[in-house]
Design a protein around this ligand. Structure first.
Ligand SMILES: [Zn+2]
Length: 380
């Protein structure tokens, strides 16, 4: 119903948002699951070839040699130079793609500022290399910068005991714990060393680029202090991973903060963004294609987590471990490397239900946590 309601609204706006550009993709607006995609739902610009999306704003898609096979980066032009938003992994041919963009697209103008929306390697991977190359500053929120520094410092270390206990409590067997140990310390492998200082981005502050203001909007849950950039004059929202059209961003509990409730933050900040940013923006996401329909998408994501929380609550009529809860939350079977992400997501939903006092948790003599409905918690 929500999807049908919003469909009409965006048709006219999209026509206004289309700009002409030399390298622009064939414009074929497309409606898909309640969202409008000005360049089509499967728009895939050629790797490393910027496309103009608005005056002074360019979209460039970088390939990635991982299962999520691309990232969208944004280039903002000003008189004195370029501002980049996100950087891609330091992996594969991404440095060569950047070098081609420097010479063939950016012309004489240097990069004057590198903004990273958040700490994940596909966003921050080449920030150190780019800022050093151009002698410019890295702009990030403080928690993202410091957390990234801390996590990259784990590269090559052995998994700490507290992390092993965390996953044992979730129900991992010895084989699964062994796999976790083998994988630990990989976070920083596709990140060039970050600079030693940075420029902090604060929620609500504005940055002036090309005589237009971009407002910083912080969202928590997918990462600690994720930055989005909203330009009212251009009706654009650079959303990073905070708002994606099809993928639901991962919201996880990690061993560093086992009692955290990132899902609570995720739900409240998505609602905050829906309340504060108008619906008539073109959303520029880090993955998949630009789209209109911000409020519909945020509502879809919030409602789907609420449904998942209810399904999980129903699943806990009898005591279960975190890993026993996968069938309540995931359609596909969880195996191999997916188990880490699935466990983090499941713990985020369990901690949210604990925070709402709908379930209880008991640790048994083997250090394994069992979750169960509270008898007095009525179904919502
Ligand atoms: Zn991310």
């Amino acid at each position: 119903m929500v999807e049908e309601f919003k469909q009409e609204d965006h048709r006219t706006q999209i026509l206004l948002l289309i700009h002409t550009g030399k390298n622009m993709l064939q414009n074929q607006p497309e409606l898909y699951r309640g969202l409008n995609y000005p360049w089509g739902v499967k728009a895939t610009p050629a790797p490393g070839e910027p496309i103009k999306v608005a005056d002074g704003v360019y979209w460039v898609r970088f390939p990635m040699p991982i299962s999520l096979d691309h990232i969208n980066l944004w280039l903002l032009e000003d008189d004195e130079g370029w501002t980049l938003v996100d950087t891609c992994l330091d992996l594969g041919n991404s440095r060569e793609i950047w070098e081609r963009i420097f010479t063939e697209f950016m012309g004489e103008k240097p990069i004057v500022r590198v903004i990273c929306t958040h700490l994940h390697p596909d966003h921050v991977g080449l920030a150190g290399w780019l800022t050093e190359h151009f002698g410019c500053e890295l702009w990030m929120s403080r928690e993202e910068f410091l957390m990234c520094k801390a996590m990259t410092a784990d590269t090559g270390r052995e998994a700490p005991d507290v992390a092993i206990r965390h996953y044992r409590a979730a129900g991992y067997n010895e084989e699964q714990l062994k796999r976790y140990r083998e994988k630990f310390g990989n976070f920083g492998r596709a990140i060039s060393p970050l600079p030693d200082s940075f420029r902090r981005l604060l929620d609500g502050e504005t940055i002036r680029i090309n005589d237009r203001y971009w407002q910083v909007i912080i969202g928590r849950g997918h990462s600690p202090e994720h930055v989005c950039l909203y330009c009212p004059a251009l009706k654009l929202l650079i959303s990073g991973d905070q708002v994606l059209p099809k993928i639901t961003p991962n919201v996880s509990v990690f061993p560093t903060e086992p009692a955290g409730d990132p899902l609570k933050e995720w739900l409240s900040d998505n609602a905050k963004i829906r309340d504060t940013i108008p619906d008539d923006v073109l959303v520029l996401p880090a993955h998949e294609a630009p789209f209109c329909g911000l409020h519909v998408r945020l509502t879809q994501v919030i409602e789907s987590h609420e449904r998942d929380l209810d399904k999980l609550f129903d699943h806990l009529k009898e005591p279960r471990r975190a890993i026993d809860c996968f069938p309540a939350l995931f359609k596909r079977e969880i195996s191999g490397d997916l188990i880490g992400l699935a466990t983090g997501e499941t713990l985020a939903h369990l901690n949210c239900l604990l925070g709402r006092r709908r379930i209880k948790r008991r640790r048994d003599e083997n250090g394994v946590d069992w979750y169960e409905q509270k008898p007095e918690a009525s179904p919502k």
